[in-house]
Design a protein around this ligand. Structure first.
Ligand code: NCD
Length: 303
């Protein structure tokens, strides 16, 4: 993999994905296996984060490196009116790579134009979240392999950046993608266009029932409340696309239920006790996968 920056899942070939996942497997179960790096990773999170930020932080430290963290927008100079371009230019002088999360679509791409160090997009508004996709693919590969699959993606397909990245990356594999959402939250036209151009097998549904029995993976997402221009529109939709253990009665025994987390109420807690629940393992995979990605992007294994 020879990308300077990781901005979009569209950049990732099948070979890129496989090299990250294979390298991640060497850290899985033994995250102490790194330890030799001396790089500093800059963490720039302009939006809330638990998993992405903490797993990048621990991944860099497990590799032997360290991190510098801008902290919250409230406690940084952003509050004084500093531009994104200035912030990233300054922090690029402190760090060997930057991880950026920002509410504006295109922010990571823009930031990458101002700095010489690699920029990793950790979520740009309703745009992309390619490192989540790498850990999603790692999790799917562990449970079902990555070819000859039917994957259902349900929830907020319009604003869900994890969905956009996953859908684009899955075009590298022999996968039928079933998208389940209300009409108002279907995939954006730009993503549908990319899927069409790549010849992906895609079906869209407004109900889960009909398609659930044939799925290998069901990827559930949160309705992205913070991206709705109108709170009433959010309220009308919230709670409609929800599963519980009883919903899964018709599913295959080996169905894997995934979710990028945080969940609100789209997966009832009784699903946690079923053999289908894969979302906590999925979150844990963020560490070995981000270790592998950093190691490769910073010039280690796999280069
Ligand atoms: C996701 C995100 O930030 O896009 N969270 C994550 O990184 N695991 C999903 C979400 O917020 O719904």
């Amino acid at each position: 993999m020879r990308h300077d920056h990781l901005i979009s899942a569209r950049q990732l070939s099948r070979a890129d994905i496989e090299s990250v996942l294979d390298h991640a497997a060497t850290f899985d179960g033994d995250v102490t296996g790194g330890g030799r790096r001396e790089d500093v990773l800059g963490l720039l999170f302009f939006e809330p984060s638990t998993r992405t930020k903490m797993s990048f932080d621990t991944a860099m430290k497990r590799l032997g490196g360290s991190t510098v963290d801008m902290g919250t927008v409230e406690s940084s100079s952003v509050k004084k009116g500093e531009s994104l371009a200035d912030t990233v230019r300054v922090v690029a002088g402190y760090a060997d790579a930057l991880v950026l999360r920002h509410p504006s679509e295109g922010a990571a791409k823009l930031a990458s134009e101002f700095v010489d160090v690699p920029v990793i997009n950790a979520g740009d508004g309703a745009g992309q979240h390619p490192t989540q996709t790498l850990l999603d693919l790692y999790t799917i590969r562990e449970s079902a392999g990555l070819d000859d699959l039917s994957i259902g993606v349900m929830g907020d397909l319009k604003y869900g950046r994890t969905v956009h990245s996953l859908a684009e990356a899955l075009t590298n594999f022999d996968v039928t993608q079933h998208f389940v959402s209300p009409e108002s939250l279907r995939l954006p036209r730009s993503v549908r266009y990319d899927l069409h151009e790549s010849g992906a097998e895609v079906r869209e549904h407004t109900e889960l029932d009909g398609v659930l029995p044939e799925l290998d993976v069901l990827y559930v997402t949160r309705i992205q409340r913070e991206r709705f221009p109108d709170e009433n529109e959010y309220r009308q939709i919230a709670g409609e696309y929800r599963i519980d253990a009883a919903t899964l009665d018709v599913a295959r025994d080996d169905l894997s239920v995934m979710h990028p987390l945080p969940r609100v109420d789209e997966i009832a807690p009784d699903v946690d006790e079923t053999r289908h629940a894969t979302y906590f393992e999925q979150a844990h995979n963020g560490v070995p996968v981000r270790m592998a990605l950093l190691d490769i992007m910073l010039g280690g294994e796999g280069r």
